[in-house]
Design a protein around this ligand. Structure first.
Ligand code: ZN
Length: 105
């Protein structure tokens, strides 16, 4: 089982989604609480996230990721929601910065 790196949607096979090549990074995404994100060379996106990526809808992609995270962990604390949004913005900025042209479908 594989999971979308943006919204955690499950996929049976990697080829059910899109693989984006990007530069690897380690990011201190948030200080309090401390959140560190590590990425190797590729991001797996489900079809609906890939549609946002192909449309260059960076803000839509962040909101989708935040919504999924908030639902998944049942987060009601506004501070934590803001922390997650801030983290996703930084994380996705790394993705857009490091993203190479070709996507593998
Ligand atoms: Zn997704």
């Amino acid at each position: 089982m594989y999971f979308c790196d943006f919204c955690t949607a499950p996929m049976e096979k990697m080829t059910d989604g899109w693989t984006y090549k990007a530069e690897p990074f380690i990011l201190q995404a948030h200080d309090d609480p401390p959140l560190v994100c590590v990425s190797d060379a590729g991001w797996l996106a489900c079809n609906s996230c890939a549609a946002l990526i192909e449309a260059q809808d960076a803000a839509g992609l962040v909101e989708k990721s935040v919504k999924k995270e908030v639902e998944h962990f049942n987060i009601t604390d506004e501070y934590m929601v803001d922390a997650i949004r801030s983290m996703m913005n930084k994380l996705h900025a790394e993705f857009w910065k490091g993203k190479r042209e070709e996507a593998i479908t």
